[in-house]
Design a protein around this ligand. Structure first.
Ligand code: DC
Length: 438
């Protein structure tokens, strides 16, 4: 499957492409980096832009090596020299749009890009990915934003990267450069920057990276389904029950997941607000792997039902979230790499207010060093409130996944204070997510 993301500089394409490829476990290709690498090569060999014969020869000799590191970031090498940083230099940035407008350069690099796209799942980002290089791509996006916002993003990025060069980084200069590059990229004869008619156009001017990513996944939901929910990793019963709830929640309640990029790999404590029987399935369908649940011992005495919930990774506990046996059971699961759903407020609440956290979640994270993922579920309380026998047939359901809270060993705080701090952080995180939901 090929996904293309096109758009001008400063729309967040690279960051988005990287995150999307991580979520889907796809390869990612930044084709601007390829044009930059060749521009660097020409500068290195002191070949001028109007020397077409020399450029053709350089293209024959040019060999770009791309290595992916453990974080999934690409590193670029030419003639065994790493040029990952060098291709972002001022010198390269100034001439790259002229180099990328040359027919012979485009012809060669497009060939290379198509070869990279053969027989793999990949996200390609650039200017002409959906229009020229992969006109039959499975999913196409085009990101835009006003030049002012793009220049501001770039300005902030540079300030954060080079705080010592504060005085030489000027917003107006960056704005002018962006305008000039936009003009060159969109008015050139060959493969000008344009939004393909079959691409999803997203204006990112007032959106965070997280919101853009959510919007893209939502638009491509159908085509991405098998990658977002790689059912093969799940056992049959769990997979089928999840399929049922995914269908029901999307069909009747227009289920929407926010913050998918915050889902960490491996063991985690999934700490959600709780007001309805529909909370566990709402969290379960948000994850592409099996998660584990806790259930009161009494539930395991009900014939048939008990064997169903056992199949669905529900573990019997004696009662409250903070009790010793429950904690022991959760620690066992976390240490074996599982994701465990807990409701730190206790039983189902009747109001939308986030309640005090019961002691326990902080302790779990303290003991296991496993991150806590705050989750705010919105809508289940209206769809199936505590006093109703049956759920409503329609409604709106959202699940917000927050940034994981990672336990930090703070030497200034003793154990009791640390636990309190983690609980407070979780409560604040849940309230912040609730604020987003409004
Ligand atoms: O995205 P970027 O700033 O790294 O891109 C560098 C230059 O390369 C930019 O001026 C446009 C050009 N480019 C292109 O012409 N076609 C692509 N597919 C990608 C980038």
């Amino acid at each position: 499957m090929i996904i293309t993301i096109d758009g001008p500089a400063g729309t967040g394409k690279s960051t988005i492409a990287k995150l999307l490829s991580k979520i889907l476990e796809f390869d990612v290709f930044d084709t601007g980096a390829m044009y930059r690498a060749f521009t660097w090569y020409l500068l290195e060999k002191k070949i001028e832009i109007h020397h077409s014969e020399q450029i053709e020869r350089a293209l024959n000799d040019f060999f770009l090596d791309i290595h992916k590191d453990e974080q999934g970031d690409n590193h670029y090498f030419v003639e065994s020299q790493e040029i990952t940083q060098a291709i972002r230099s001022k010198e390269v940035t100034e001439v790259v749009s002229q180099v990328s407008a040359l027919e012979v350069v485009r012809k060669n690099l497009v060939k290379l890009q198509r070869a990279f796209g053969k027989k793999r799942n990949a996200v390609f980002e650039g200017r002409d990915m959906g229009s020229v290089v992969f006109p039959h791509a499975d999913l196409k996006f085009f990101l835009t934003a006003t030049p002012e916002v793009r220049a501001l993003r770039r300005y902030r990025e540079l300030l954060a990267k080079f705080p010592d060069h504060k005085d030489s980084i000027q917003y107006q200069k960056i704005f002018d450069e962006i305008q000039l590059r936009d003009h060159r990229d969109s008015t050139r004869k060959l493969s000008p920057l344009l939004c393909p008619s079959d691409a999803y156009l997203i204006d990112t001017t007032e959106m965070s990276i997280e919101e853009v990513l959510d919007a893209m996944i939502d638009k491509g939901r159908k085509k991405l389904r098998s990658f977002l929910f790689p059912r093969t990793k799940m056992r049959g019963t769990y997979r089928n029950v999840l399929r049922f709830f995914s269908f029901l929640f999307c069909w009747r309640y227009h289920f929407y997941l926010h913050g998918r990029m915050n889902i960490p790999r491996g063991a985690s404590i999934l700490a959600a607000n709780h007001s309805s029987y529909f909370d566990p399935p709402a969290v379960a369908i948000s994850f592409s792997e099996e998660i584990h649940f806790l259930g009161k011992k009494a539930l395991f005495k009900i014939p048939i039902f008990s064997s169903i919930i056992k199949h669905l990774n529900t573990h019997p506990v004696s009662g409250k979230a903070g009790d010793a046996q429950t904690i022991k059971e959760i620690i066992k699961l976390l240490r074996s790499g599982k994701k465990v759903l807990v409701f730190p407020e206790g039983g189902r609440g009747i109001s939308e207010k986030i309640r005090e956290m019961l002691p326990g979640v902080g302790f779990l994270s303290y003991m296991t060093k496993v991150p806590i993922v705050p989750i705010y579920i919105q809508g289940t309380r209206q769809i199936w409130p505590t006093h109703k026998m049956f759920p409503r047939c329609s409604g709106s359901l959202h699940c917000y996944i927050g940034k994981p809270i990672v336990f930090a060993h703070d030497t200034h705080l003793d154990k009791k204070e640390t636990l309190k701090a983690i609980d407070e952080e979780l409560q604040t995180a849940l309230r912040t997510l609730q604020g987003l939901a409004k």
